[in-house]
Write a new protein. Structure first.
Length: 318
């Protein structure tokens, strides 16, 4: 049974009263593992599921991922003016490796800088004052992204380390960045489809409990994750937070889409105003090829429909 929010007409959480239109929209939403609130809750409750996920991401047998300890997700600030770091899942594994897992549902500008910031703070915090530098623990940042970070890269899963750019020699094994791009799963190669990472990425992306159960067949770690997802009983506040988060993400994506389209339109209008006759003609023809209507182009460019049609006809004949 898919998880749908159950809200009373006058439910109030954190001093926030939900209006009825919002309640109606929430009832239509389904929680999935891509929701970072749910992701964090499920994998904190299911250490066996977390073992399976980490085993796939680190290319290690799940049973070898032992002594998992959840740490405070707020990274230390040495000075009051330091930027605060808040992580989704911060894990200490066998007292040897710090692992940060972030589930990101929408596009974030400068993700590489963000992950570098978090992993660097994690690395610094792994050594206490007075300790030898050699005591610094390996720090692994894992970003599971519901957007495309590297458009020119086909692989949905990639691992990045500091290396010698000429020889490829790794400078240090103590900093690593793992990136899972869920948007690329459909174009994964046959080789990638045979990996455990691919199956876990599919599980996280699954839109229904039925799909999750199908994917988990024959895998005890994935089954444990699905069972936890299906049966976990979030308290009212946490369940509410998960759906509030889902609504916020939907609003954020809509705002980003509108901003992008407005920016493109403004750029086109500016180009049309500033360009010479030939440049305007080329831009208008490109807009036509992209599917923008003649009437809209005429309005944006302050040109007549007849002139645009004449340019189109000339282009077809050339």
């Amino acid at each position: 049974m898919d998880k749908k929010v159950q809200l009373n007409n006058e439910e109030k959480m954190d001093g926030f009263l939900v209006d009825r239109s919002r309640q109606s929209a929430m009832r239509e939403l389904k929680l999935t593992l891509k929701n970072d609130v749910v992701f964090r809750s499920v994998f904190r409750r299911s250490k066996k599921g977390l073992q399976g996920l980490l085993g796939a991401l680190l290319n290690a047998p799940p049973e070898s991922i032992r002594d998992i300890e959840f740490l405070d997700t707020h990274l230390d600030q040495e000075y009051p003016e330091d930027k605060e770091g808040i992580l989704d899942l911060r894990i200490l594994c066998q007292n040897k490796r710090h692992i940060n897992i972030e589930m990101q549902m929408y596009h974030v500008n400068y993700w590489e800088d963000r992950s570098l910031f978090y992993n660097s703070k994690l690395f610094v915090s792994s050594v206490r004052k007075g300790e030898d530098y050699r005591n610094a623990k390996a720090c692994i940042h894992i970003g599971i992204l519901d957007f495309t970070l590297f458009p020119d890269q086909k692989e949905f899963y990639s691992i990045h380390k500091i290396t010698n750019i000429k020889t490829g020699r790794i400078y240090s094994d103590k900093l690593a960045f793992h990136v899972v791009e869920l948007s690329k799963l459909k174009q994964a190669s046959e080789t990638e489809r045979g990996t455990d990472v691919y199956r876990w990425a599919r599980l996280i992306s699954a839109g229904s409990i039925q799909e999750m159960k199908t994917l988990a067949k024959g895998d005890e770690y994935m089954k444990e994750t699905v069972d936890t997802f299906e049966d976990f009983s979030l308290d009212d506040e946490e369940r509410y937070r998960a759906f509030r988060r889902e609504m916020a993400i939907m609003d954020r994506k809509a705002e980003m889409k509108d901003a992008y389209e407005d920016g493109v339109e403004q750029g086109i209008e500016q180009g049309l105003k500033q360009g010479n006759e030939q440049g305007k003609q080329e831009l208008v023809l490109n807009m036509l090829r992209s599917g923008i209507s003649i009437e809209r182009i005429a309005s944006m460019a302050n040109l007549s429909v007849d002139l645009i049609r004449e340019w189109e006809k000339m282009a077809d004949q050339s």
